[in-house]
Design a protein around this ligand. Structure first.
Ligand code: FES
Length: 153
């Protein structure tokens, strides 16, 4: 296949997919995404994956930076409670996420643009379902224009 051809998932779609930055923990959610790929489970081509060592490594600044850089939405996904490779990283992430929701509201950004989920390495289908849900939610909100920096003219 030539590199000029559109991606198969994009070729037939009418509406452009939203751009969603997905911070996936290396030990669970990234492996779940890998399993979805290996299992050929279909999900929207909307996510841009950033592999992180743990969901607790994701700083709210990273999320705001992604939205400022043109992402329409952000997904943070880590191990299920009790399964974090670093014991409490996902609990830290969950607490940060609760605080971030208030910050987003304060900044006038719909908190629906940022999602948090638990996906294990064995849950390829669940990973695909999370991506479908998040994509639909972000698509319904439309393009993100609130924080996006316009290039200087
Ligand atoms: Fe997966 Fe901490 S290692 S959330």
């Amino acid at each position: 296949m030539s590199t000029a051809e559109p991606h198969p998932q994009e070729a037939g779609s009418q509406e452009p997919e939203p751009k969603i930055v997905a911070f996936l923990c290396n030990w669970c959610s990234y492996a779940g995404a890998d399993l979805a790929g290996i299992s050929r489970i279909q999900y929207p081509a909307s996510i841009r994956v950033i592999r992180v060592p743990c969901s607790g490594r994701v700083d709210p600044f990273h999320i705001l930076k992604a939205l400022q850089s043109g992402a329409d939405g952000v997904l943070v996904s880590g191990c299920h409670p009790g399964d974090c490779h670093y014991l409490t990283g996902n609990y830290v992430a969950r607490r940060r996420f609760a605080v971030l929701n208030d910050l987003l509201e304060f900044a006038g950004i719909d908190p629906g643009r940022v999602s948090f989920s638990w996906v294990s390495a064995a849950e390829g289908e669940r990973f695909a379902e999370v991506v479908r849900e998040v994509t639909e939610k972000v698509k319904a909100l439309g393009p993100n224009r609130k924080l996006v920096k316009e290039p200087a003219s």
